[in-house]
Design a binder for this molecule. Structure first.
Ligand SMILES: [Fe+2]
Length: 302
């Protein structure tokens, strides 16, 4: 039976039924899912029961998995996973004032996963193993809707703008300070276009988030203020969907056109989630100039 994609309300968030993510997905359904995420940006596959291998295998049907940057640090999960839980490497609850808890809390700031990589990521797949008894939702912001609704003056100013993104920028905001010298070296800001066109239909969107800490060629304060203004614009209620998690939810989103943030919960309760992330198709900036995905792929092939 073909899959069913149902948009929830008037938003960009859709639920996909007819998929058992433990099994290989038929090729035509993979294509339907890619079409659905191009249109909607975020897809929920409810009622899944996934171990780590099945989670990775489902994700790999859509591209290559990223591996984590946290070299030399002890981890609860293998390198293909981002640990979105409040557990430490030993599987015990993290103390809320621990360095690791501060690091994790940056996930509660608006961001796109891995926008701090020169080739930023494509899709993320977040799976809920245990959910908090209340709160702890994830909100998604539609940066395509935000772009479409933006006034011409700010569109003109944002076009061609390049921002520097670093993981350290977001982590410092929540009080995490203990980056190793190796991490500091590998996490220097990378350039990202503030406006992206990755979509096959040529639709544009904003590309923002808490990893962005400067605008190249602009006074630091003015540039950051403009990024904050754009972020505030595209996170207005009409562009935001709040997902309340149930155990077994698998949520897939396109980092190239939506931002997200986790919402706080009582951290004395476990909230156990893991995420795979796919490598993107190319950079958003070449030789200091924004480049859209189709143009980059043409250049790469020529
Ligand atoms: Fe994230």
């Amino acid at each position: 039976m073909p899959i069913q994609v149902e948009q929830l309300g008037q938003t960009f968030f859709a639920v996909v039924k007819g998929i058992d993510a433990r099994e290989p997905t038929p090729r035509e359904d993979v294509r339907s899912i890619v079409d659905a995420i191009d249109d909607h940006g975020v897809l929920l596959f409810p009622g899944q029961t996934l171990n780590e291998e099945q989670h990775m295998a489902f994700s790999r049907q859509f591209g290559e998995l990223e591996v984590t940057y946290q070299k030399g640090r002890k981890r609860r999960l293998r390198a293909e996973f981002a640990d979105a839980s409040n557990l430490g490497a030993d599987g015990e609850l993290l103390a809320p004032n621990s360095e690791r808890a501060k690091y994790n809390r940056a996930n509660q700031l608006w961001h796109s996963d891995a926008s701090f990589r020169a080739i930023p990521s494509k899709y993320s797949f977040l799976y809920a193993e245990t959910v908090a008894s209340k709160d702890g939702e994830t909100e998604f912001a539609d940066e395509r809707g935000g772009w479409d609704a933006l006034d011409e003056e700010r569109k003109n100013r944002a076009e061609g703008m390049v921002a520097g993104h670093s993981l350290m920028t977001s982590r410092i905001k929540t009080g995490f300070k203990t980056f190793t010298p190796e991490e500091q070296e590998s996490l220097k800001p990378v350039p990202q276009s503030v406006v992206r066109t990755h979509d096959p239909k040529g639709r544009k969107n904003l590309y923002l988030g808490s990893h962005a800490g400067e605008v190249y060629g602009e006074d630091p304060e003015t540039g950051v203020k403009f990024l904050e203004e754009l972020l505030e614009f595209t996170t207005q209620p009409q562009f935001v969907y709040c997902h309340k998690w149930s155990v077994g939810d698998l949520v897939m989103w396109d980092n190239r056109r939506v931002m997200h943030r986790g919402r706080p919960w009582d951290e004395n309760e476990p909230r156990i989630m893991r995420r795979t992330t796919l490598v993107g198709d190319g950079p958003t900036v070449v030789d200091g100039r924004p480049i859209n995905e189709a143009e980059y792929l043409r250049l790469k092939l020529s």
